[in-house]
Each structure stands twice: as C-alpha cells, then as structure tokens.
Design a protein around this ligand. Structure first.
Ligand code: C5P
Length: 404
C-alpha cells in the first residue's frame, strides 16, 4: 500500500453500526504511518468503546466538549489545527444534518465548525430509507456546496435487513477514496484514453504468445488520472488487476482488438497513454482446434502487429501522446531513440528488471527538455508524478500556442 499523502488525520466516529469498521480503518491508517486522533460522539460510544480505539490509535480518545485534558480548554480549536484533514466515518444521518446546519452542540460538531481551512470528508452510513429521504439528500447537497467531500456510501446488504445505498465504504476502499479526494484536480475536464496489460496472440484454441506484463502500471495511471479529475477509458489486455472505480474499461485479447478499441474511442480524447506491453507479432493461421503434441518440430509463422501508438501519433490531429519503453539495457539511449522515432512529446522509460510484475518501479521521463528521473516508488505514486508532468506540459503547450 502506498504511503499516505497526509500525515495527521482526525477521525470522528458517530453513532451507527458501521462504527465497528472504524476500528479496522484506524488500524490501516496507523500501519501506513498516519498519526490518528480519534474523537467520538456519545452515540458512537454505544457501538464501540473508546478503549478499543485508544489501543488502535495509540492516543487518548476524546468524546466530551468539556474535557479538561486539553491544556487551555480549547479542544475544538486545537484539534483541527493539528490535523491535515478530518474524516467522519461513519457519518450518521443525524450528524450530517448537524453539519449541514452548522450546529455545534458536542465536541465533534464543534471541531468541524471551527476547522477553518482543514479539509472535511464524510463517509455516510445509514439505512437506505434514511439515505434516500429528501431531508438527507438536501443536507448532502448543502454539504457538497460547502466543499465537504462525500466518500460513498456503498450499496448492498444492510444490518437492518434492507438492501440498497447507505453502507459505509469498506475500510480499504474508504482509504483509497480519501487519498483520491486529496489529490489536486490537475486533469479536471480532460479525457484520457490508455492501453494497459499484455496482448495475447493465439497459436491454437488454448495456447498463445504473450508477455509478462501485469498491467499494474497502466491500472495505476488510470486510477491516478481519475483521482486528478479526468474521465478515463482503459483498453486492457488480460490482467487480474482491480478496475479503478469510475474508469470505463474495454477488455481485449489481441493487438488487433486493442488497436480497434483505441481507434473507436479516440474521438474527443485529450491524452493518449500507451502503457500496454503489446505483442510485436501475431501467428499467421492460428489453429481453431488444439494442436496435437506430435513428436516433430512445430513451425509457427509470425507476422508483425500494427503499432497502436504510431497509429495514434500519425493522425492529423492527435491527442497529447505518451509512450512507455521497457528496456533491458542502455535504458536512456534506447528510450530517447524510441521517443524520437515514435514522434512522442513524452516517453516514460523503465528497466524490465525494475518494473515487470512488481508493486514498485522507477521511471525516467524523457521530453524535449531532457531526462527527469522518478526514483523508486509504488506504481501509484509514480503514476501521479507522471500525470503531474503531463498536466504541466499541457499547460505549457496551451500557453505557448495561445489556443483554447
Ligand atoms: O514495444 P515498444 O518498446 O516499441 O513500445 C513502446 C510504446 O509503444 C509503448 O507505449 C507501447 O504501449 C506502444 N506500442 C504500441 N503498439 C505496438 C508496440 C508498442 O502501442 N505494437
């Protein structure tokens, strides 16, 4: 799991059955090195005890506006000043109503009202009828307009036996949503198309030619682009990666299918990123049936596949194109040669031994200004850095050409 972009988080827990999930959430946060200060409402203490959360967070838990453990008696002011963000999880219907009205009749609501510029995020959790009630929806709209980030809710089985919207996001999904909401929206309004994973060329009904690409880098870029506000279409070869929430995914097998999917979805895209490890050759005349294993030499005839990226860059009015180069030696030299040959404004290069299959990698970004190394980090972190570079280049391009 990537390190958090925040260091200190105030987690507010309100009264609902999902309060038990807050324990796991805090455990995950602490494991990532985040300093967590827990504040609970009285109702939350009916569902889970402060002792549990104190043990998990390693800090005293506060529940009372009149608590005299804070030196100057200004707990409601101190807490938000010490935090990078406030997360209310679970946020009950009653607490959300309180926030929407700006009431301050207990410690947690007072902290929220006195938070100044500290970002506030809420993870609603309630019965589906309560969630769909016009009053709750009105409160949510008010909170959105007030700049509060709303994480979830999820849909599914509820503790009361109902099914529908109102479940709190699971702890890991909540953490991911929290990270996403804190990313700068550098690609807001942009449309990004990318390829990811390996392509597969059939030899017969069960066998084929493919490569070791896990798809992790492409999926990380798709997720990072969504976090930054982009609309993302992901054309993906076969992988076991989890599809990022909000991405439109088109699953393909062969290179020819990947090319067709890219061309069909290219219209209106601002950015195209070719991350897929495309099979360079396909098998001429693959067998529809499984080839029998006879004891003689089998000869396959291979023909070169089309270059998807080149098809895009050669269009009269291409989107901003980014290529990837995986090399096993002479990384800088081979990659820069590839960038020029493919006529790319930006190319991300990595060594195969550093990148394939792993959760971490290191990249060199090559553009007309030179080389920009990105040191070893989780692929999601590298993806964010790469897209930040893309956003800067797009901005410079716009300033330079003076258009749009
Ligand atoms: O395979 P190669 O090193 O040339 O790949 C460089 C870039 O070109 C990558 O971004 C890859 O996704 C893209 N590519 C492609 N179609 C191919 C081969 C590569 O889009 N047939």
């Amino acid at each position: 799991m990537a390190q958090s972009t925040f260091k200190r988080l105030l987690v507010g827990i309100t009264g609902g059955i999902a309060a038990y999930k807050a324990a796991e959430l805090i455990r995950l946060l602490v494991r990532q090195g985040v300093e967590v200060q827990v504040v609970m409402t009285q109702a939350a203490c009916q569902f889970i005890t402060p002792v549990t959360l104190q043990a998990l967070s390693g800090k005293p838990v506060f529940t009372d506006l009149w608590d005299d453990r804070i030196d100057n008696g200004m707990a409601h002011i101190e807490f938000s000043r010490d935090a990078d963000a406030i997360l209310i999880a679970p946020a009950s219907a009653d607490f959300l109503a309180k926030l929407a009205q700006g009431r301050a009749d207990d410690l947690l609501s007072t902290i929220c009202l006195a938070r100044g510029g500290c970002p506030l995020m809420v993870a609603p959790a309630m019965n589906v009828q309560m969630w769909e009630n016009a009053a709750t929806q009105r409160n949510m709209m008010q909170l959105r307009n007030d700049g509060v980030a709303i994480l979830g809710p999820d849909s599914g089985d509820q503790a009361c036996g109902d099914t529908g919207l109102g479940r709190m996001l699971e702890p890991q999904d909540l953490l991911d949503a929290l990270e996403a909401s804190l990313q700068p929206k550098l690609l807001a309004g942009k449309r990004v198309l990318l390829t990811a994973g390996p392509t597969f060329e059939a030899i017969d009904a069960v066998r084929g030619i493919t490569n070791l690409s896990s798809g992790k880098m492409g999926y990380a870029i798709a997720r990072a682009a969504i976090e930054m506000g982009a609309e993302v279409t992901l054309v993906s070869g076969q992988t076991s990666q989890k599809v990022p929430m909000g991405a439109k995914v088109i699953k393909v097998t062969s290179t020819q299918q990947m090319l067709s999917a890219v061309m069909e979805n290219l219209n209106g895209q601002d950015i195209f990123i070719g991350v897929a490890a495309v099979a360079d050759y396909y098998v001429l005349n693959p067998s529809e049936q499984k080839i029998k294993k006879d004891a003689h030499i089998l000869t396959l005839e291979l023909a070169p596949n089309p270059d998807i990226l080149a098809n895009v860059t050669n269009l009269p009015n291409p989107p901003f194109c980014v290529g990837f180069a995986a090399e096993s030696e002479n990384l800088h030299e081979y990659a820069e040669h590839k960038r020029r040959r493919k006529n790319l404004p930006l190319l991300a290069a990595n060594l195969i031994q550093d990148a394939f299959g792993g959760d971490d990698s290191e990249l060199i970004l090559l553009d007309d200004k030179g080389a920009h190394p990105l040191p070893r980090a989780p692929k999601l972190i590298l993806a964010r850095q790469l897209l930040k570079h893309v956003a800067t280049m797009l901005k410079e391009q716009k300033t330079f050409t003076g258009n749009k």
